[in-house]
Design a protein around this ligand. Structure first.
Ligand code: NAG
Ligand code: NAG
Ligand code: NAG
Ligand code: NAG
Ligand code: NAG
Length: 146
């Protein structure tokens, strides 16, 4: 089992001319061995959130094993004149992407999305605010036909 930080996904490019690019072997190792992906505080811009979900979808469809993706997000509520109320557009878009991922049927794996209870364990020292949410996406590979 290996844990794969979302921060390094953009490095999956295989181009020997580019410094720090991955080798074909390393990419296969990631595809074959990844069981967890952790992403923290990466959903605050709609275009980047779209990119994140496209990447997750693509990765999971290449994985050999089922994979659990944990994503933390702070729902940064703010007053907007448009809604005349507090809202968080980035959070709304994140939820939209989660729902879309769960509904996708066109790949070889299926996705289940759930929000984990807010009292999940705290192992590091940080200020736990009410707006902090932890989401779990389970990616199941289709049963292989043996
Ligand atoms: C990756 O998995 C495939 C399919 O099981 C296997 O054929 C291949 O040898 C594996 N490669 C590595 C580097 O683990
Ligand atoms: C990936 O898994 C294979 C066996 O499934 C193992 O031999 C190999 O060492 C693992 N690679 C890494 C980088 O964990
Ligand atoms: C609203 O936005 C401002 C400016 O970005 C920020 O300083 C403030 O903390 C936000 N309020 C909340 C409740 O997040
Ligand atoms: C304002 O937004 C909050 C948080 O989303 C919601 O609970 C509340 O019902 C909204 N109030 C109005 C008047 O829409
Ligand atoms: C993946 O998850 C599904 C549903 O939980 C399960 O039926 C299947 O056995 C799992 N596959 C592997 C390879 O663990």
């Amino acid at each position: 089992m290996s844990v794969f930080s979302i921060l390094s996904i953009r490095l999956l490019f295989v181009d020997a001319d580019v410094e720090f690019s991955w080798t074909e072997e390393e990419v296969v190792e990631v595809y074959n061995n990844t069981s967890f992906i952790i992403a923290s505080d990466v959903c605050y811009d709609d275009d980047l959130t779209d990119g994140l979900f496209r990447t997750l979808y693509r990765l999971c469809n290449n994985f050999l094993h089922n994979c659990t993706i944990l994503i933390s997000i702070e729902k940064r509520l703010n007053f907007t004149l448009r809604h005349l109320n507090v809202s968080c557009k980035a959070y709304d878009h994140f939820c939209h992407c989660l729902a879309q991922l769960q509904d996708r049927m066109d790949g070889k794996c299926s996705f289940r999305v759930e929000q984990l209870p807010s009292n999940f364990p705290q192992f590091l020292s940080y200020e736990r605010i009410e707006q902090l949410e932890l989401w779990k996406v389970s990616c199941d590979q289709a049963q292989s036909e043996f």
